[in-house]
Design a protein around this ligand. Structure first.
Ligand code: CP
Length: 308
């Protein structure tokens, strides 16, 4: 069993193979049911439309049986330790897909059992399976990722952090993170990016739109109030002025072949306009589909290993 808790735990080759497998699943290449006879638990402490359902559906398509747990259904809520929980669940389950309020380190404690593969389906600081779905969408559309330039605009949230790490692990992919001052990707993540990518990565973090070196191949945004959590500053919206992906933004930083991505859910009219989200350059709905192919590739890699 292998955990997928942070992209930082993967090698560039492992990430590329998982993405390639997700692209293949997107083509309908499910020749057998590699998780037949396996049990997958899905434990979400926070709301989800895409990730929970796509892991459930994806695991079922691969032949696994699925058990789901809501936020208050495990004895963790009454004080049982994370380690004891993992030790017990490892005797019933092959994998546990978890969305938590905690950080990656809490998830690592849950992933300490050799009998249980733990998948991070969103922690406070990273959304690794989202980035895998995003790279799958871009790979399917562009083929090679090397030489492409992805602009990630908006709050430096868990999706942005995961894309920064994915950029460090994907040779030749440029990732520019454009976040308003005060809402940047955390420095600890950017330090990890430097560590992972050595001197070679092309991940850049900026706060001034004038510094974007366009035209870019893809413009990506996500909800500014991540998980609907209110921000401390009641005037926070002012910091995001000029960061909405509308027609003017798209034309300023994009070119004739630029595509749009959004991890969803969207607040239409805030971080993106209807025209862009529903427009012909939008891959957001295909990206939502790839939540499932990415889930399948991740589960296969964690439980039985990915075929090359
Ligand atoms: N993108 C994403 O993680 O969506 P959900 O919160 O609906 O799972």
């Amino acid at each position: 069993m292998r955990n997928l808790i942070s992209l930082a735990d993967l090698t560039p080759g492992q990430l590329a193979r998982i993405v390639a497998r997700a692209v293949a699943f997107g083509r309908g290449d499910v020749e057998d049911r590699p998780l037949s006879g396996r049990q997958v638990g899905v434990y979400f402490r926070k709301s989800s439309t895409r990730t929970r359902t796509s892991f459930w559906s994806g695991a079922t398509r691969l032949g696994a049986d699925v058990i789901t747990f809501g936020p208050d259904e495990l004895q963790l809520t009454t004080g049982e330790t994370v380690e004891d929980t993992a030790r017990v669940l490892g005797q019933y389950l092959d994998a546990l897909v978890v969305r938590t309020n905690g950080d990656v380190e809490e998830m690592r404690r849950l992933g300490g059992s050799p009998d249980l593969a733990v998948v991070n389906a969103l922690s406070l600081d990273e959304h690794p399976t989202q980035a895998i779905a995003d790279l799958t969408t871009l790979s399917e559309h562009f083929g090679e990722l090397a030489g492409r330039h992805l602009l990630v605009v908006g709050e430096g949230n868990s999706s942005g952090a995961a894309l920064a790490l994915a950029g460090a692990l994907t040779p030749g992919l440029r990732v520019t993170l454009l976040c308003p001052e005060g809402y940047e990707v955390p420095k600890s993540t950017l330090d990890l990016v430097d560590e992972l990518g050595g001197g070679d990565h092309q991940v850049r973090h900026i706060t001034d739109p004038a510094e974007v070196d366009g035209p870019v191949d893809a413009i990506y945004t996500s909800r500014w109030q991540t998980m609907g959590v209110p921000k401390a500053d009641p005037n926070w919206l002012a910091a995001f002025d000029g960061f909405c992906v509308d027609r003017a933004f798209f034309d300023r930083f994009g070119g004739p072949h630029t595509v749009f991505l959004h991890d969803l859910p969207a607040v239409r009219g805030q971080e993106v306009t209807d025209e862009i989200l529903d427009g012909e350059r939008s891959l957001a709905w295909r990206q939502a589909h790839h939540k499932m192919t990415a889930a399948m590739a991740v589960l296969e890699w964690c439980v039985v290993g990915t075929r090359d």
